[in-house]
Design a protein. Structure first.
Ligand code: NAD
Length: 420
């Protein structure tokens, strides 16, 4: 039986790359572990007057290259090990993207669809308050993740700001609403960056017979912030989006889905299911559909030892964190299916978060074109750096991305020296 524990998976990926770097065992041991793991259990008064206790986590993995940085997830399946894995992935992602942040992640165990806005706001305020001085604009900067959004980020900012008067607190959190210190392009950055990678992969000849995205068949798992925009940008690039899914089901339309209309349908119906002109398909079948590009944009452990042999995509771009297990990676690598790994493919989100943070510190607002152009340069550069290492060292792209990240974090740690 395959081990699906996300932290052990993250460690297996780390250990595989560690064989290809010249870093001392002691330093590797340091980089493998989160610096601080905080668990908080906190009470919230619900709308009906009852009190419920929620469990939250914030894991700060590494800050050698800059302040801790990472999203906050609200989901019933949040566990300490999942958050530890994602905090580590953030450290490697910020290093791959070459932005001056470290890695962190947070989460609250809850079922957001069963909570009212007031309850979600109360959870957010209490969570931030109890994390106390471990968060801060130069210490640890949260951002959105699954089932948290710009509104959640506005509450995080407000909570912090109410208790830290007299200073510019906007950079304490990114992914904020545009009118409250948010950046143009942040809401779409993860998807935009992912599509830049896909275009570079196609341009580099990684998908046999495909020179551009025009006419390419694309399948997207997850139709939220990352997935819906990825589908939209793929369509805008000329691709045909043949199937998508969300937590309620999957739909397919061989002639292509009108993504903008589907977004509107999802807004109204709360689900991609029931979209006119599309056929319902079993969710598990979506990952095995014949297509040029598969974009997993939902949760971890979707492509595993169980289904990797049956995946018929010719390129996989991981908008989600941790969608492919190490056993699946091996199968896909053997079968010659290139995988653009999460710590590269979804690095656009944290990159524009960094731009938002810089704009907040400088009290500026850049226009959408500036943000997009900067993001494209970063993504293209990171993409080719990773794939050049993969080619040169004959590594799969994930291991190559880890090698780059480990080298960068280890180098800075050595420059700084171990305190005291
Ligand atoms: P989101 O909450 O906006 O969307 C999640 C989507 O996944 C929803 O449409 C939900 O219905 C769907 N989903 C949930 N379970 C599913 C399942 N079993 N099958 C199919 N679909 C399912 O979250 P998001 O921000 O888009 O995050 C999605 C992934 O992208 C996560 O892995 C997240 O860590 C990663 N990511 C997000 C960002 C960002 O900026 N939002 C950045 C980097 C990585």
């Amino acid at each position: 039986m395959e081990d699906l524990n996300p932290f052990r998976i993250a460690h297996a990926q780390f250990a595989r790359a560690a064989r290809h770097v010249l870093i001392s065992d002691g330093l590797l041991d340091t980089l493998a572990r989160p610096e601080r793991t905080t668990r908080i259990d906190f009470p919230v008064q619900m709308d009906d007057g009852t009190i419920r206790v929620f469990t939250g986590y914030r894991v700060q993995h590494n800050n050698a290259r800059g302040p801790f940085k990472g999203g906050i997830r609200y989901h019933p399946d949040v566990t300490e090990d999942a958050i530890k894995a994602m905090a580590a992935w953030m450290t490697w992602k910020t290093a791959v993207m070459d932005i001056p942040f470290g890695g962190a992640k947070g989460g609250v165990v809850c079922a957001p669809k069963q909570l009212s806005m007031d309850e979600k706001r109360a959870i957010t305020r209490r969570y931030v308050t109890q994390l106390g001085p471990t968060l801060g604009p130069m210490i640890d900067i949260p951002a959105p993740d699954v089932y948290t959004d710009a509104t959640t980020m506005a509450w995080i900012f407000d909570t912090y700001d109410m208790t830290h008067k007299g200073q510019n607190n906007l950079p304490v959190v990114t992914g904020k609403p545009l009118e409250l210190g948010g950046s143009h392009g942040r809401a779409t950055a993860t998807a935009r960056g992912c599509l830049f990678c896909v275009e570079e992969a196609v341009g580099r000849g990684l998908v046999d017979g495909l020179q551009t995205l025009a006419g390419a068949r694309v399948v997207v798992q997850g139709f939220g912030s990352a997935g819906a925009h990825a589908a939209l940008f793929a369509q805008q690039a000329g691709a045909t989006v043949v199937a998508v899914s969300d937590s309620t089901g999957a739909i397919a339309a061989p002639a292509g889905l009108d993504v903008a209309r589907l977004q509107e349908h999802k807004r109204q119906a709360g689900s991609v299911c029931g979209f006119a002109g599309a056929t319902a398909i079993p969710s598990a079948d979506l990952l095995e559909m014949e297509c040029d590009v598969l974009i997993p944009a939902a949760l971890e452990n979707q492509i595993t030892a169980v289904n990797a042999e049956r995946v018929r995509a010719r390129l996989i771009a991981e908008a989600a964190n941790g969608p492919t297990t190490p056993a699946a990676d091996e199968i896909l690598h053997r079968r010659g299916v290139p995988v653009i790994p999460d710590i590269l493919a979804n690095g656009g989100g944290v990159t524009v978060s960094y731009y938002e943070w810089v704009q907040n510190i400088q009290d500026e607002q850049w226009d959408a074109e500036t943000v997009d152009a900067k993001l494209r340069r970063k993504m293209v550069s990171a993409f080719h750096t990773v794939f050049d290492i993969a080619t040169e060292k004959r590594l799969d792209p994930r291991t190559a991305a880890y090698v780059l990240a480990l080298d960068r974090v280890a180098h800075v740690t050595e420059l700084r020296g171990i305190w005291p």
